[in-house]
Design a protein around this ligand. Structure first.
Ligand code: HSE
Length: 321
């Protein structure tokens, strides 16, 4: 048995989900991997929030240094979201030799060079499976099993909140605002849902995917992006009349050294596999020059699916160190 102590930065929806999944599956993980994982410190101001699970008060701290300087903590999970202080905290942990796991696509997409330089300096591991596609293990697939391929295209539905809204508007005639509120209540949306509905969250994810698939850094701000805020019930009815549904599609194509990309609401014929991707589910298509087409499908948002990816990274790192 190997005891592994973990520091958690942020206990919002995903942090709480990760704590709960670890509690639920601790015995299974111990039995199958020999790893005794324990979250021993949590950086969080909202100590008294009802999280639906008893959490010992003494593991909460309001001082990041308590986690950074705890020699027993070898892995830090960053779930604060946003650029700062998340990026600086990750850098400091990595430079100090602590391994970092994050779901923070905004920080990974914008500050990739800073974070990876810190990991190199500290000889630490950095994992970010949960940053793209929620519970779909796409980062792992791209960086391991598919790495013998030249990947020429990556496309799909990469945001659970907008897909949930479009599904509820299309299938149940719900108003945009009502569907967004539901997505927020279910823990799919970002703290500021503008990032979801205006497509910036997808831009972060497509930027990360293109870095991994094409070896090309395209900053999220440089990806032509249209969100779903202008989609009306009339647009949805018009798509329906043509045998289609509207989906927010991300697309990146590599042609030699050139990369083209965009994010936009798109009419998808109801016979197309992407039309069947509903609610918070995401789907990702890749084209590799050996494997040909690959499609991955699963829950792209929500506390438990995202926790699955976070803890998968933690287990992988804990096995390696
Ligand atoms: N807000 C994101 C979404 C969370 O709705 O897809 C998962 O990245």
């Amino acid at each position: 048995m190997k005891k592994v102590k973990i520091g958690l930065l942020g206990m919002g929806n995903i942090g709480t989900g990760s704590y709960k999944v670890l509690h639920m599956n601790h015995g299974h993980i111990l039995e199958t991997t020999g790893l005794d994982l324990e979250i021993t410190k949590v950086l969080e101001v909202l100590v008294d929030r009802d999280r639906g699970i008893p959490i010992p008060k003494e593991i909460f701290t309001q001082d990041f240094e308590d986690i950074l300087n705890d020699p027993e903590i070898s892995i830090v999970i960053e779930l604060l979201g946003g650029y700062e202080p998340a990026t600086t905290y990750m850098e400091q942990c990595l430079e100090k030799g602590k391994h970092v796991v994050t779901a923070n696509k905004a920080a990974v997409a914008a500050n990739w060079e800073r974070i990876t330089a810190a990991a190199e300096k500290g000889g630490s591991l950095f994992r970010f499976e949960a940053s793209v596609g929620g519970g779909i293990p796409c980062i792992n697939a791209i960086t391991t099993q598919l790495s013998a391929n030249v990947i020429t295209e990556v496309m799909g539905i990469l945001n659970g909140t907008t897909n949930y809204i479009l599904t509820k508007m299309g299938e149940e005639g719900k108003e945009y605002g009502e569907a967004l509120k539901e997505a927020q209540e279910k823990g799919f949306a970002e703290a500021d849902p503008t990032a979801d509905v205006e497509g910036h969250d997808v831009a972060n994810k497509l930027s990360i995917l293109m870095s991994l698939c094409f070896g090309k850094r395209v900053h999220p701000d440089d990806i032509p992006t249209t969100g779903i805020t202008d989609i009306t019930k009339e647009d949805i009815a018009d798509a329906e009349s043509q045998g289609c549904v509207i989906k927010l599609i991300a697309n990146g194509v590599r042609n030699g050294d050139e990369v083209t990309c965009f994010i936009q609401p798109t009419y998808i014929n109801k016979n197309h596999p992407l039309a069947g991707v509903k609610n918070e589910f995401n789907a990702l298509f890749l084209k590799g020059n050996a494997v040909d087409d690959v499609m991955m499908y699963g829950k792209g948002a929500g506390p438990f699916p995202t926790a699955s990816a976070v803890l998968g990274d933690v287990i992988e790192v804990a096995k390696l160190v």
